[in-house]
Design a protein around this ligand. Structure first.
Ligand SMILES: Nc1ncnc2c1ncn2[C@@H]1O[C@H](COP(=O)(O)OP(=O)(O)OP(=O)(O)O)[C@@H](O)[C@H]1O
Ligand SMILES: [Mg+2]
Length: 267
């Protein structure tokens, strides 16, 4: 069954007399339980598209056209209150920089519990704590209780990103959007987070929209991907097809930009 169907999504940035189309008639769909990759160079509109799904608009941005069907509901036509019950609840997002998303003066536990406060008002204090601890365990943090009572600066970068994932999954979303969620991490930690996302996908059936500018990273996490360029989808298919038969010069350049082992060693 389809979980997400995006059709003709067009987002424009308007300021004064300036008007720029940043997402241009984008259309794709995702099955329930699927991990879909979104790859494209910096500025190709990946984040703008993801933010629109999550209802996170900046000033001057607006949807000019298109529709988003999520879990059978038309997201862009829904009343604001109903939409808020989806965004951050059945659909959630993890960003690149966990330090800027976490509040430095607040303990981890209450921060992980935040979306429970908003979306599960019926859940009491004790249960909230248990659900947060469970989420911290699910992201494989070694000592969930200790992490619960820690401050962000007491954790490593990789641990903080796990905390961000715990916060994003605490309401058990059907879709997790990972926007460059591993980009700021070093390669070993990056691989661990990718393994974790795959595991969560396999064990809970949660779909993942995995956004990265790095085709190699995309290849490690998913079998199907879309390629964005200047706000448009220029290619769609299995990652294997994208590698084997790049249809567009742009995709060829993305592939060529992947460092090979030889290049990395500086030969
Ligand atoms: N505040 C802004 N004012 C003007 N243009 C903007 C603004 N924010 C974004 N844009 C434009 O929107 C386009 C899409 O940006 P977006 O952040 O979605 O790209 P991205 O694919 O996520 O890039 P990255 O890989 O760097 O995260 C870019 O061309 C950018 O120049
Ligand atoms: Mg981005």
């Amino acid at each position: 069954m389809k979980l997400l169907e995006v059709k003709d999504l067009t987002i424009v940035f308007e300021e004064g007399r300036q008007r720029q189309t940043v997402v241009d008639h984008v259309g794709f769909s995702m099955d329930e339980g699927e991990i879909l990759g979104v790859v494209g160079e910096s500025g190709s509109g990946k984040s703008m598209m993801a933010h629109c799904l999550m209802g996170l608009y900046k000033p001057h941005e607006r949807v000019a056209e298109g529709s988003v069907l999520f879990d059978g509901q038309s997201l862009l036509d829904m009343p604001a209150e109903a939409r808020r019950q989806v965004q951050g609840n059945t659909m959630s997002i993890v960003f690149q920089e966990p330090m800027t998303s976490l509040n430095p003066v607040k303990k981890i536990g209450p921060q992980v519990e935040e979306s429970l406060y908003i979306h599960r008002k019926d859940v009491g204090k004790q249960e909230r704590r248990e659900l947060a601890l469970k989420a911290l365990q699910d992201v494989e943090l070694p000592n969930a209780r200790e992490v619960y009572d820690s401050y962000p600066h007491e954790l490593s970068g990789g641990m903080r990103q796990r905390v961000m994932i715990a916060s994003a999954i605490v309401c058990r979303p059907k879709l997790l959007i990972a926007d460059e969620a591993t980009t700021a991490l070093d390669v070993t930690i990056q691989a661990q987070i990718i393994r974790l996302l795959r595991k969560l996908n396999a064990s809970t059936g949660m779909s993942v929209l995995f956004i990265s500018h790095n085709l190699r990273v995309i290849q490690e996490i998913c079998s199907r991907a879309i390629v964005m360029w200047q706000g448009q989808i220029v290619e769609e298919g299995t990652v294997e097809e994208i590698f084997r038969r790049p249809q567009e010069d742009y995709t060829k350049r993305l592939i060529a930009a992947i460092p090979t082992r030889r290049k990395r060693r500086g030969f």
